[in-house]
Design a binder for this molecule. Sequence first.
Ligand SMILES: *[C@@H]1O[C@H](CO)[C@@H](O)[C@H](O)[C@H]1NC(C)=O
Ligand SMILES: *[C@@H]1O[C@H](CO)[C@@H](O)[C@H](O)[C@H]1NC(C)=O
Ligand SMILES: *[C@@H]1O[C@H](CO)[C@@H](O)[C@H](O)[C@H]1NC(C)=O
Length: 225
Amino acid sequence: MWNIWGIALLAVHICVVSGSGRSLFSNTTIGANTTSHLPAVYPWDKLLDQSFYFYEAQRSGKLPEAHKILWRGDSALKDLGPKGEDLSGGHYNNGGFLKNVFPYASTTSTIAWGVLEFKQAYKDAEVYDEALDHLKWAAKFLLACHIEQDLYVAAIGMNRFDYPQWSRPEDMHERRPVYIVDSGMSSSDLLGSASAGLTAVSLVFKEENSTFAYECLVKAQALYA
Ligand SMILES: *[C@@H]1O[C@H](CO)[C@@H](O)[C@H](O)[C@H]1NC(C)=O
Ligand SMILES: *[C@@H]1O[C@H](CO)[C@@H](O)[C@H](O)[C@H]1NC(C)=O
Ligand SMILES: *[C@@H]1O[C@H](CO)[C@@H](O)[C@H](O)[C@H]1NC(C)=O
Protein backbone atom coordinates (compact mmCIF):
# COMPACT_ATOMS: atom_id res chain seq x y z
CA MET A 1 0.00 0.00 0.00
CA TRP A 2 1.03 3.58 -0.42
CA ASN A 3 2.52 4.68 2.82
CA ILE A 4 2.03 8.10 4.26
CA TRP A 5 4.62 9.56 1.91
CA GLY A 6 2.77 8.59 -1.16
CA ILE A 7 -0.49 9.86 0.19
CA ALA A 8 1.06 13.09 1.41
CA LEU A 9 2.63 13.72 -1.97
CA LEU A 10 -0.58 13.01 -3.75
CA ALA A 11 -2.24 15.51 -1.49
CA VAL A 12 0.49 17.98 -2.32
CA HIS A 13 -0.16 17.38 -5.98
CA ILE A 14 -3.83 18.06 -5.71
CA CYS A 15 -3.49 21.03 -3.38
CA VAL A 16 -0.57 22.52 -5.19
CA VAL A 17 -2.20 22.40 -8.52
CA SER A 18 -5.61 23.54 -7.46
CA GLY A 19 -4.11 26.27 -5.33
CA SER A 20 -1.98 27.50 -8.14
CA GLY A 21 -4.64 29.02 -10.30
CA ARG A 22 -5.69 31.24 -7.45
CA SER A 23 -2.32 32.58 -6.58
CA LEU A 24 1.14 32.13 -7.95
CA PHE A 25 1.24 30.54 -11.35
CA SER A 26 -1.16 32.74 -13.14
CA ASN A 27 -3.45 35.57 -12.35
CA THR A 28 -6.56 33.86 -13.55
CA THR A 29 -8.73 31.47 -11.65
CA ILE A 30 -8.48 28.11 -13.29
CA GLY A 31 -9.86 25.93 -10.53
CA ALA A 32 -12.44 25.84 -7.80
CA ASN A 33 -11.60 27.68 -4.60
CA THR A 34 -11.05 24.49 -2.64
CA THR A 35 -7.76 25.32 -1.01
CA SER A 36 -8.47 28.45 0.91
CA HIS A 37 -6.87 26.86 3.99
CA LEU A 38 -3.48 26.99 2.26
CA PRO A 39 -1.47 30.17 2.45
CA ALA A 40 -0.79 31.64 -0.95
CA VAL A 41 2.89 32.05 -0.17
CA TYR A 42 4.01 28.46 -0.77
CA PRO A 43 6.40 28.05 -3.68
CA TRP A 44 4.00 25.80 -5.56
CA ASP A 45 6.26 25.34 -8.53
CA LYS A 46 9.05 24.04 -6.29
CA LEU A 47 6.68 21.77 -4.42
CA LEU A 48 5.48 20.26 -7.67
CA ASP A 49 9.01 19.89 -8.93
CA GLN A 50 10.04 18.12 -5.72
CA SER A 51 7.02 15.92 -5.95
CA PHE A 52 8.08 14.69 -9.38
CA TYR A 53 11.61 14.31 -8.07
CA PHE A 54 10.21 11.97 -5.44
CA TYR A 55 8.39 9.94 -8.07
CA GLU A 56 11.53 9.72 -10.13
CA ALA A 57 13.45 8.44 -7.10
CA GLN A 58 10.81 5.71 -6.70
CA ARG A 59 11.22 4.39 -10.24
CA SER A 60 11.77 0.69 -10.73
CA GLY A 61 13.20 -1.03 -13.79
CA LYS A 62 15.66 0.07 -16.43
CA LEU A 63 16.18 3.80 -16.00
CA PRO A 64 16.72 6.05 -19.01
CA GLU A 65 20.30 7.15 -19.75
CA ALA A 66 19.56 10.69 -18.68
CA HIS A 67 18.01 10.14 -15.31
CA LYS A 68 18.32 12.99 -12.87
CA ILE A 69 18.91 11.07 -9.69
CA LEU A 70 22.41 9.76 -10.03
CA TRP A 71 22.35 7.50 -6.98
CA ARG A 72 19.54 5.51 -8.56
CA GLY A 73 20.25 2.74 -11.04
CA ASP A 74 18.48 -0.12 -12.79
CA SER A 75 16.60 -2.42 -10.44
CA ALA A 76 14.18 -5.34 -10.37
CA LEU A 77 14.95 -6.25 -13.97
CA LYS A 78 13.93 -9.81 -13.13
CA ASP A 79 10.32 -8.82 -12.53
CA LEU A 80 8.89 -11.21 -15.08
CA GLY A 81 5.51 -12.78 -15.71
CA PRO A 82 4.91 -16.55 -15.82
CA LYS A 83 5.89 -16.67 -19.50
CA GLY A 84 8.77 -14.26 -19.12
CA GLU A 85 6.68 -11.15 -19.82
CA ASP A 86 8.65 -8.03 -18.97
CA LEU A 87 7.15 -6.54 -15.82
CA SER A 88 10.06 -4.31 -14.94
CA GLY A 89 9.24 -0.64 -14.72
CA GLY A 90 6.65 1.18 -12.70
CA HIS A 91 7.46 2.54 -9.28
CA TYR A 92 8.06 1.15 -5.82
CA ASN A 93 5.05 1.99 -3.74
CA ASN A 94 6.89 3.16 -0.65
CA GLY A 95 10.15 2.70 1.21
CA GLY A 96 10.20 -1.00 0.35
CA PHE A 97 10.27 -2.92 -2.91
CA LEU A 98 6.60 -3.74 -3.48
CA LYS A 99 4.86 -2.83 -6.70
CA ASN A 100 1.13 -2.92 -5.96
CA VAL A 101 -0.90 -2.13 -9.02
CA PHE A 102 -4.21 -1.14 -7.45
CA PRO A 103 -3.00 1.96 -5.56
CA TYR A 104 -0.62 2.64 -8.46
CA ALA A 105 -3.48 2.82 -10.94
CA SER A 106 -5.46 5.20 -8.77
CA THR A 107 -2.40 7.39 -8.20
CA THR A 108 -1.88 7.53 -11.95
CA SER A 109 -5.51 8.56 -12.43
CA THR A 110 -5.21 11.31 -9.86
CA ILE A 111 -2.04 12.80 -11.30
CA ALA A 112 -3.35 12.59 -14.86
CA TRP A 113 -6.58 14.21 -13.74
CA GLY A 114 -4.60 17.05 -12.16
CA VAL A 115 -2.68 17.58 -15.39
CA LEU A 116 -5.90 17.58 -17.40
CA GLU A 117 -7.59 20.01 -15.11
CA PHE A 118 -4.67 22.38 -14.56
CA LYS A 119 -2.53 22.00 -17.65
CA GLN A 120 -1.60 25.68 -17.83
CA ALA A 121 -0.56 25.71 -14.18
CA TYR A 122 1.78 22.78 -14.80
CA LYS A 123 3.22 24.67 -17.76
CA ASP A 124 3.61 27.88 -15.80
CA ALA A 125 5.38 25.94 -13.06
CA GLU A 126 7.66 24.45 -15.73
CA VAL A 127 6.85 20.90 -14.68
CA TYR A 128 4.58 19.94 -17.55
CA ASP A 129 7.25 17.86 -19.30
CA GLU A 130 8.05 16.11 -16.04
CA ALA A 131 4.37 15.37 -15.59
CA LEU A 132 4.18 13.85 -19.09
CA ASP A 133 7.32 11.85 -18.49
CA HIS A 134 5.98 10.55 -15.20
CA LEU A 135 2.60 9.62 -16.63
CA LYS A 136 4.12 7.85 -19.59
CA TRP A 137 6.36 5.82 -17.30
CA ALA A 138 3.40 4.88 -15.13
CA ALA A 139 1.10 4.08 -18.04
CA LYS A 140 3.70 1.86 -19.69
CA PHE A 141 3.70 -0.29 -16.57
CA LEU A 142 -0.10 -0.43 -16.43
CA LEU A 143 -0.03 -1.51 -20.08
CA ALA A 144 2.58 -4.18 -19.39
CA CYS A 145 0.52 -5.62 -16.53
CA HIS A 146 -2.07 -6.86 -19.03
CA ILE A 147 -0.13 -10.00 -19.83
CA GLU A 148 -2.93 -11.93 -21.52
CA GLN A 149 -6.47 -11.22 -22.52
CA ASP A 150 -7.83 -12.50 -19.20
CA LEU A 151 -4.80 -11.99 -17.01
CA TYR A 152 -3.78 -8.81 -15.26
CA VAL A 153 -0.96 -8.36 -12.78
CA ALA A 154 -2.10 -7.14 -9.37
CA ALA A 155 1.16 -7.03 -7.45
CA ILE A 156 4.83 -7.88 -7.62
CA GLY A 157 6.87 -8.77 -4.58
CA MET A 158 6.12 -10.58 -1.38
CA ASN A 159 4.55 -8.44 1.31
CA ARG A 160 6.40 -10.10 4.16
CA PHE A 161 9.77 -9.71 2.51
CA ASP A 162 9.59 -6.75 0.15
CA TYR A 163 7.52 -4.37 2.22
CA PRO A 164 9.89 -3.84 5.17
CA GLN A 165 13.02 -3.50 3.00
CA TRP A 166 15.39 -0.70 3.85
CA SER A 167 18.16 -1.68 1.45
CA ARG A 168 18.73 -0.52 -2.13
CA PRO A 169 16.51 -2.04 -4.80
CA GLU A 170 19.57 -2.02 -7.07
CA ASP A 171 20.97 -4.80 -4.87
CA MET A 172 17.92 -7.01 -5.24
CA HIS A 173 18.51 -9.55 -7.99
CA GLU A 174 15.91 -12.21 -7.23
CA ARG A 175 13.00 -13.07 -9.41
CA ARG A 176 9.97 -12.15 -7.33
CA PRO A 177 6.48 -13.58 -7.01
CA VAL A 178 3.89 -12.02 -9.31
CA TYR A 179 0.23 -11.99 -8.26
CA ILE A 180 -2.19 -12.18 -11.14
CA VAL A 181 -5.96 -11.89 -11.41
CA ASP A 182 -7.97 -13.76 -14.01
CA SER A 183 -11.53 -13.44 -15.26
CA GLY A 184 -12.76 -15.95 -12.65
CA MET A 185 -11.79 -13.65 -9.79
CA SER A 186 -13.71 -10.68 -8.51
CA SER A 187 -11.28 -8.06 -9.65
CA SER A 188 -13.43 -5.41 -11.26
CA ASP A 189 -12.04 -2.89 -8.74
CA LEU A 190 -8.47 -3.43 -9.91
CA LEU A 191 -9.32 -3.61 -13.60
CA GLY A 192 -11.63 -0.61 -13.37
CA SER A 193 -8.92 1.38 -11.67
CA ALA A 194 -6.30 0.40 -14.25
CA SER A 195 -8.75 1.26 -17.02
CA ALA A 196 -9.47 4.66 -15.46
CA GLY A 197 -5.76 5.40 -15.07
CA LEU A 198 -5.03 4.54 -18.69
CA THR A 199 -8.02 6.54 -19.88
CA ALA A 200 -6.87 9.61 -17.98
CA VAL A 201 -3.34 9.26 -19.35
CA SER A 202 -4.78 8.79 -22.82
CA LEU A 203 -6.63 12.10 -22.50
CA VAL A 204 -3.46 13.85 -21.35
CA PHE A 205 -1.53 12.51 -24.35
CA LYS A 206 -4.23 13.12 -26.93
CA GLU A 207 -2.54 16.29 -28.13
CA GLU A 208 1.01 15.32 -27.17
CA ASN A 209 1.37 11.90 -28.74
CA SER A 210 -1.74 10.50 -30.37
CA THR A 211 -0.10 7.11 -30.96
CA PHE A 212 0.56 6.62 -27.29
CA ALA A 213 -2.84 8.06 -26.36
CA TYR A 214 -4.50 5.53 -28.65
CA GLU A 215 -2.48 2.66 -27.22
CA CYS A 216 -3.63 3.60 -23.71
CA LEU A 217 -7.23 4.03 -24.80
CA VAL A 218 -7.43 0.67 -26.54
CA LYS A 219 -6.04 -1.08 -23.47
CA ALA A 220 -8.35 0.87 -21.15
CA GLN A 221 -11.32 -0.30 -23.20
CA ALA A 222 -10.11 -3.89 -23.19
CA LEU A 223 -9.72 -3.87 -19.41
CA TYR A 224 -13.13 -2.31 -18.91
CA ALA A 225 -14.86 -4.81 -21.15
C1 LIG B 1 -3.70 40.23 -11.06
O1 LIG B 1 -4.78 40.92 -11.65
C2 LIG B 1 -5.19 42.08 -10.92
C3 LIG B 1 -6.44 42.64 -11.55
O2 LIG B 1 -6.58 42.32 -12.91
C4 LIG B 1 -4.05 43.08 -10.86
O3 LIG B 1 -4.43 44.21 -10.11
C5 LIG B 1 -2.87 42.40 -10.19
O4 LIG B 1 -1.75 43.27 -10.20
C6 LIG B 1 -2.48 41.10 -10.89
N1 LIG B 1 -1.47 40.42 -10.13
C7 LIG B 1 -0.40 39.89 -10.68
C8 LIG B 1 0.56 39.20 -9.76
O5 LIG B 1 -0.16 39.96 -11.88
C1 LIG C 1 -12.00 31.15 -1.04
O1 LIG C 1 -12.66 30.67 0.11
C2 LIG C 1 -12.36 31.38 1.30
C3 LIG C 1 -13.04 30.72 2.50
O2 LIG C 1 -13.93 29.74 2.14
C4 LIG C 1 -12.79 32.85 1.14
O3 LIG C 1 -12.45 33.57 2.30
C5 LIG C 1 -12.07 33.43 -0.06
O4 LIG C 1 -12.53 34.75 -0.26
C6 LIG C 1 -12.33 32.60 -1.29
N1 LIG C 1 -11.53 33.15 -2.41
C7 LIG C 1 -12.03 33.34 -3.61
C8 LIG C 1 -11.06 33.85 -4.63
O5 LIG C 1 -13.18 33.09 -3.92
C1 LIG D 1 4.88 8.47 -28.94
O1 LIG D 1 4.88 7.38 -28.05
C2 LIG D 1 5.42 6.21 -28.59
C3 LIG D 1 5.21 5.10 -27.58
O2 LIG D 1 5.87 5.35 -26.39
C4 LIG D 1 6.89 6.43 -28.93
O3 LIG D 1 7.44 5.28 -29.51
C5 LIG D 1 7.02 7.60 -29.87
O4 LIG D 1 8.37 7.89 -30.06
C6 LIG D 1 6.30 8.81 -29.31
N1 LIG D 1 6.29 9.86 -30.30
C7 LIG D 1 6.70 11.08 -30.03
C8 LIG D 1 6.57 12.06 -31.14
O5 LIG D 1 7.14 11.39 -28.93
